[in-house]
Design a protein around this ligand. Sequence first.
Ligand code: GLU
Length: 380
Amino acid sequence: MSPSVISSLTSSTNGKLIVIKVGTTTLMGPDGPDLALIGRLGDVLAQLAAARHRCVLVTSGAVGTGRWRLKLSGRPKSIPEKQAAAAVGQGILMHLYERVLAERGLTSAQLLLTRADLGDRQRYVNASNTLQVLLAANPPVVPIINENDSVAIEELKFGDNDTLSALVASLVDADALYILSDVDGLYEADPRVVPTARRLERVEAITPEIEALAGGSGSDLGTGGMATKVAAARIATSCGIPLVLMSGRRPEDVLASLAGEPVGTTFAAGPNRLEGRKRWLAFSGQVGGKLSLDAGAVRAVREQGKSLLPAGIRKVAGEFEPGALVALLDPEGHEVARGLVNYSSEELVRIRGHQSAEIEGVLGYKHYDEAIHRNNLVTT
Ligand code: GLU
């Protein structure tokens, strides 16, 4: 890992806030949860706590553990079966973590989140407040987070804990996110196909070439493949948080990485550190509609940091009220930004394409000149 990423983690005497995500394939042995690995993970968490770092653990493995306990084999047959397995497995997993952490003088806390929880601003802030209290506790508490699989609606799921871990890192404003996986980094080609492929030590920016390297899912048990890891890296790095993708077989490497040794692949933090509310707008908030923009409006929003005026809106999709979060699309249909609207979908349909001076003539009133004020807008 480059010194510039790690210096921020090692040069200060203050502890850092670290999110560690562990995947299903890493956690599950041939016969249920890998107790030895969970013990080693506990050792790492204890050493981090002793060094005054604070940690959040995002864990998968509820479905896998539940299926093992229920003696289910093969692929899950239905969504309710998976959700039932998660209900069985989550408790077993937490029991294991609780015991392992308590033996090392640490307290654990469980948070089960859904996309709807993080998509709703108030619930998002509630989760943030809870985490802040937990992370300030002394002796240390390790919040342990998973998706609330048993109640999450399939279409609205994170689906993979890679995305969840990046949103959690953003939520707590972590200093680094470590993804412990069955792959030990991002390779210049799929190492299962090209054995000589080299691992990339550092990714400065998530370019289309990097996304192309990510391909599809790599294992049978876990949900996320490399694509979800790169998507997670996009979220984390946009928030100014470096993401290290490394082997879950060697959890101790988190300590090595913090000491400045090269481990896995580091996705370097982006130059702009989005502030908290804009992070929510960009990555967590639930989108209620879409606005298609003309090229001039795309330029104004993207390159000049301007507000979106009704004149630049060509099409309005979805039904929403003022204050809703909407996605802004360029003329090719690619999302370029998100923001909170000043007008309802019904009003925007009427004023789209009009100059702001004409709004009152069209609607009979004018609350704002802008469809979306730049303070409520973030490019994605
Ligand atoms: N939440 C799922 C579980 O605990 C894991 C999702 C994933 O594979 O990332 O089993």
